[in-house]
Design a binder for this molecule. Structure first.
Ligand code: CP
Ligand code: NVA
Length: 308
């Protein structure tokens, strides 16, 4: 398995993405029946190159690689000093000599472009960057499809147009599901992401809406998603963001404006009392741990799909 990429939702087309989601469902059923081990990644070695902390992404990836028969090396934020101790292009060219793939959690998405340029034989999966979190979107779509039974749902994201929102918007556009984001002015997803989503939606029939009013945004939602107001790396802006995003808190009050069947989603970790209240995330409508569980099956599915 060399030189396969999933650095953006758009690295796989619609059919490929649906195939990964189907494989994931198979892995879920198989694992629940006690079938864990396979040899798909036998002898393969992946590095986890992480510039930021992680619970879900790291643990599910390591479990997935081990259950698929491979092994991995975790490189903590202080181990490598990506771009500080050593230029990104040198890190890429070193790793390419020894291992098969890199699962990287980075600040700057452009790191992936350097890896592709300098280490083209290295497989590369985005474990979260400033621009996207595609592996999270896979798990979230598996969760929504399981609950809805099909792709006929409407996902509403309330809050910051961040990495998680970007990947959800792109996957909605790709698969043809309806997506609304409500965010304050100046906190929309980047223009490049909106343009790509709009272009794709013309082909797939997805309705993509960018609104200001969170009440209007949740009014047709089957799923209501939120994420932190200040992502990792934006800590200095946290105080300012708390003020700007206050009207976007996912709380009982906002849920009054949503359909009663709408489920609550969050990629976690959550800042309770900020983007979401404790009672809402703990409510029966919350599917946050189903999302987290599906991180495992979707990453197994992605790894086995890419190793075909
Ligand atoms: N949702 C998610 O990516 O969680 P971690 O930051 O813990 O990996
Ligand atoms: N938007 C968050 C997601 C964490 C999983 C961040 O980047 O910190």
């Amino acid at each position: 398995m060399r030189g396969k990429y999933y650095t953006s939702v758009l690295d796989l087309n619609r059919e490929e993405t649906l195939e990964v989601l189907e494989i994931s469902q198979y892995y879920k059923i198989a694992r629940k029946a006690g079938h864990r081990k396979q040899e798909i990644l036998y002898g393969r070695i992946w590095a986890l190159l992480f510039e930021k902390p992680s619970l879900r992404t790291r643990v599910t990836f390591e479990v997935a690689v081990r259950e698929l028969g491979g092994s991995c090396i975790y490189l903590a934020p202080t181990d490598v000093g990506l771009g500080k101790r050593e230029p990104v292009k040198d890190v890429a060219r070193n790793l390419e000599r020894w291992i098969d793939g890199v699962f990287a959690r980075v600040f700057d998405h452009k790191v992936f472009y350097e890896f592709k340029e300098y280490a083209p034989n290295l497989s590369l999966i985005n474990a979260l960057s400033d621009l996207e979190h595609p592996c999270q979107a896979l798990a979230d779509f598996q969760t929504m499809i399981e609950i809805s039974g099909d792709l006929g749902f409407h996902l509403t994201f309330v809050g910051d147009g961040n990495n998680v929102a970007n990947s959800l918007m792109l996957m909605s556009a790709l698969l043809g599901t309806d997506f609304t984001i409500a965010c304050p002015e100046g906190y929309e997803p980047p223009k490049e992401v909106i343009d790509k989503a709009m272009e794709l939606s013309k082909k797939t029939g997805a309705q993509i809406n960018i609104l200001r009013d969170p009440r209007e945004a949740v009014s047709k939602a089957d799923f209501i998603y939120t994420d932190v107001w200040a992502s990792m790396g934006q800590e200095a802006e946290a105080e300012e963001r708390r003020k700007v995003f206050k009207p976007y808190q996912l709380n009982r009050n906002l849920l009054e404006f949503a359909p009663s069947h709408a489920k609550i989603m969050h990629c976690l970790p959550a800042h309770r009392g900020e983007e979401i209240t404790d009672d809402v995330i703990e409510s029966e409508r919350s599917v946050v741990f189903a999302q987290a569980e599906n991180r495992l099956y979707t990453i197994k599915a992605l790894l086995s799909f890419l190793s075909q």
